[in-house]
Write a protein that binds this ligand. Structure first.
Ligand code: AGP
Length: 610
C-alpha cells in the first residue's frame, strides 16, 4: 500500500527519492517523507498530503545527501497527518525507519518500551519498531544485527528500510509480507517497494523474499535470512521503460489506461493464439496443462476487480471446458478451512501480484496440495513467484488506482486458458478456431467503442448529479454490472450497486424512482429478451435507464433514455467490450465532479495489508 524508496551513491539522494515516491504515489498518498544522513546527523522532512507538496516545502532547503530513504503512506495505524508520516526517529534521533505493513503486537511492545523509558510522539506501529531496534543498538549491536533481532520480536508484516547516523555507509532493509526490491546500479544502489521507482536508474534488480534482510552499500550489497544464514541472490533484468510510467499527454493515468486497451489486450494475446490448431499456446503453463485440464475442480481466488474477472471465467470455463468452478474472495478463503486436495487447481488473479489476502490464500492452497496458477500483471511480483505456474497478462504498468486495462487483459488470458482447457477436453477444432478468431478481433472492436468517448462524456454529463446508481446484467454481464458499479463508487464516490438483472424484483426494485439511474448491460445474447422485460419493469416505475447494447439492436432504443452501442462478439468475450463504456462513464462522471480519479480518497493501488 505505502511506497518505499531509498538511495545510496554519489548523487544527491533527495531528488531521486522524490521522483521515485511520485512513481509510487499510486500505492498510497495521504502523507510523505524523506529521511537523510548529513554531517550534522539524521534529518527528516515530512508532511501530510501529496509528494508534490513535500517537494515544494523542501525545495528552498537545497538538501544534499548521498544516502536517504523516503516513504509515501496509506494510513493503517494513526490518522494521516505529519506526525504519523514516515520516516520515524528513535528517541535519540540517530536512527530512521520507514515501514510498510502492520506490526500486530505493537501495543504489547510499546508498553514494554514505555516501561524502559521510551517516549512516543506518533500513533504508529513504526515508531514502536524503530525504538525496538534502538534497544539493540544500545546494547552495542550493529544496525543489521539490531534490525534482525528486533524483527524476531515482531508479529505481523513488514517491508522496512533503516539508516543510522553511526553507520552512514549503508541502508538496511528487510521483508516479510510486503515487497522490497534492490536496484543494482553503477556505483550506486537503490531500494524500493516497487520496480516502478527504480526503472529510471537501473533495470537490474534483486527481489528480496520473505524473512530476508539486506545491507546495501554504494558499491555492494549482501543478503541473509532473518535466521542469520548467508544467501546468494541472483540479479534479474526487468523490462519496462520510463515512458510507460508517464501520462503520455492524457490528463489522467486512468484515461490513458482506458485508451490503451486495444494495445494492452493485443499484448495479452500476442503469440499465444494458434489459429491453425484452433487453440492457444501458453508458455507459462508448460508442463502443467494436463494437470490443469484434469482438475476435479477449479477455484478462482482474487479481490475487487480481479475477482470480477474470476466470475466471468467461471461462466467461460464451465460452459466450454466442463470443469466445475468456484469463485472465492481471497479474504474469505484464507480465514476458513477450505477443503482442497491435489486434484484441485486454484487460480489466483491479481494485477499487482502483491495483494495480501490473495497471497495468503495462495500460501494456504499450496500447503494443502492444490495446483496454484497465478494470473498476474506485475512481472516478478510475489504472487507470480509463489505460484507453481502461471500466465502474465502483459497489460503494462497500471498506475490509476481504478483498474481498467488489467481487467480486460485478465479476461483475455482467462479466455485463452478456457480455450486451452476446452480443446484438451472435447471442443472441436471448428469451434476452437471460431473462438480464437473472435479473440483476435477484439482489439479493433475495443477501438470502435473508444471512438465514442465524446458521446459517452455527454451522457455522463446527464448523470453527474445522481446520488445512487444500479447496474444490472445477466449471465456473462452480471460480473460486468459489478465491475461498472465498483468503478463508479471508487472514483466518483456515488453509491452504486451491481445486481443480476433478474434479482432486481427480489428487493432492489423498491429503490427505483425518477432519481435512480439504472444501467442495463443488454447485448444480444440468450437472455436478451428477459433483460428487455427487466427494462420494462424499471421504466414502468419511472427509473432513468441507460443501456449498453449491440449495434444491431434497435428495439432497446425506444425503451431507454440513452443507448451506448457496442460491436457484437461471442457472449463469452462480450465482457471485454461491454465494460469499456462503463469505465468511460465512471471516469467522466468523476472528472465532472472535480475529483482526483487517479488517487481516489482512502484507496491504494495494491492492498498489501489485511
Ligand atoms: C480495482 O479498481 C480496485 N482498485 C481493487 O478492487 C483491486 O482490483 C483489488 O484491490 C485487487 O488488486 P490486485 O488485482 O492487484 O490483486
Amino acid at each position: 500500500m505505502c511506497g518505499i524508496v531509498g538511495y545510496i551513491g554519489n548523487k544527491n539522494s533527495v531528488p531521486i527519492i522524490i521522483e521515485g515516491l511520485k512513481r509510487l504515489e499510486y500505492r498510497g498518498y495521504d502523507s510523505a517523507g524523506v529521511g537523510i544522513l548529513e554531517d550534522k546527523g539524521a534529518e527528516v522532512y515530512k508532511r501530510e498530503g501529496k509528494v508534490s507538496e513535500l517537494e515544494s516545502e523542501i525545495a528552498s532547503l537545497n538538501l544534499d545527501s548521498k544516502i536517504g530513504i523516503g516513504h509515501t503512506r496509506w494510513a493503517t495505524h494513526g490518522v494521516p497527518n505529519t506526525v504519523n508520516a514516515h520516516p520515524h526517529f528513535n528517541n535519540d534521533k540517530t536512527l530512521l525507519v520507514i515501514h510498510n505493513g502492520i506490526i500486530e503486537n505493537y501495543s504489547v511492545l510499546k508498553k514494554s518500551l514505555k516501561a524502559e523509558g521510551y517516549e512516543f510522539v506518533s500513533d504508529t506501529d513504526t515508531e514502536v519498531l524503530v525504538n525496538l531496534i534502538d534497544t539493540f543498538l544500545k546494547k552495542g549491536k550493529c544496525l543489521l544485527e539490531s534490525v534482525r533481532l528486533a524483527l524476531a520480536k515482531v508479529d505481523g508484516t513488514y517491508g522496512i528500510a533503516a539508516i543510522y547516523k553511526e553507520e552512514p555507509d549503508k541502508i538496511v532493509v528487510a521483508r516479510k509480507g510486503s515487497p522490497l526490491v534492490i536496484g543494482v546500479g553503477d556505483n550506486e544502489n537503490l531500494i524500493a517497494s516497487d520496480v516502478n521507482a527504480l526503472i529510471a536508474h537501473t533495470n537490474r534488480v534483486v527481489y528480496l523474499e520473505d524473512n530476508e534482510i539486506a545491507e546495501i552499500y554504494q558499491d555492494k550489497f549482501s543478503v541473509k535470512t532473518l535466521l542469520d544464514e548467508e544467501l546468494k541472490k541472483s540479479i534479474e533484468e526487468v523490462d519496462g521503460t520510463i515512458e510507460e510510467l508517464t501520462k503520455g499527454g492524457y490528463p489522467h493515468f486512468m484515461l490513458k489506461e482506458i485508451m490503451e486497451q486495444p494495445e494492452s489486450i493485443r499484448n495479452s494475446m500476442r503469440g499465444r493464439v494458434v489459429l491453425k490448431e484452433g487453440s492457444v499456446k501458453l508458455g507459462g503453463l508448460h508442463g502443467y496443462e494436463e494437470r490443469l485440464a484434469n482438475s476435479k475442480r477449479i477455484i478462482i481466488c482474487a479481490c475487487g476487480t480481479s475477482w470480477h474477472a474470476g466470475l466471468v471465467a467461471e461462466y467461460m470455463i464451465e460452459q466450454y471446458a466442463g470443469i466445475p468452478v468456484e469463485v472465492e474472495y481471497a479474504s474469505e478463503f484464507r480465514y476458513r478451512n477450505p477443503i482442497l486436495s491435489n486434484e484441485d487447481t486454484v487460480i489466483f488473479i491479481s494485477q499487482s501480484g502483491e495483494t495480501a489476502d490473495t497471497l495468503a490464500a495462495l500460501k494456504e492452497a499450496k500447503r494443502k496440495g492444490a495446483l496454484c496458477v497465478g494470473i498476474v500483471n506485475v512481472v516478478g511480483s510475489t504472487i507470480a513467484r509463489e505460484s507453481h505456474t502461471g500466465v502474465y497478462i502483459h497489460a503494462g504498468p497500471e498506475i490509476g488506482v481504478a483498474s481498467t486495462k488489467a481487467f480486460t487483459s485478465q479476461l483475455i488470458v482467462l479466455s485463452l486458458i478456457t480455450l486451452l482447457l476446452a480443446r484438451k477436453k472435447n471442443m472441436s477444432f471448428v469451434e476452437g478456431k471460431e473462438i480464437a478468431e473472435a479473440i483476435l478481433e477484439l482489439p479493433d472492436k475495443v477501438q470502435e467503442i473508444l471512438n465514442q468517448n465524446d458521446m459517452i462524456e455527454l451522457v455522463a454529463e446527464k448523470f453527474v448529479k445522481a446520488n445512487n446508481f444500479l447496474y444490472l446484467g445477466r449471465g456473462y454481464q452480471f460480473p460486468v454490472a459489478l465491475e461498472g458499479a465498483l468503478k463508479l463508487k471508487e472514483i466518483s464516490y456515488i453509491h452504486a450497486e451491481g445486481y443480476p438483472a433478474a434479482e432486481m424484483k427480489h428487493g432492489p426494485i423498491a429503490l427505483i424512482d425518477e432519481k435512480m439511474p439504472v444501467v442495463f448491460i443488454a447485448p444480444s445474447d440468450s437472455v436478451y429478451e428477459k433483460v428487455i422485460s427487466n427494462i420494462e419493469e424499471v421504466k414502468a416505475r419511472g427509473g432513468r435507464i441507460l443501456a449498453i447494447a449491440n449495434d444491431d439492436n434497435g428495439k432497446i432504443d425506444e425503451l431507454v433514455e440513452h443507448t451506448i452501442k457496442i460491436p457484437s462478439t461471442l457472449p463469452m468475450l462480450m465482457p471485454v467490450l461491454s465494460v469499456i463504456p462503463l469505465q468511460l462513464l465512471a471516469y467522466h462522471i468523476a472528472v465532472k465532479k472535480g475529483l482526483n480519479v487517479d488517487q481516489p480518497r482512502n484507496l491504494a493501488k495494491s492492498v498489501t495489508v489485511e
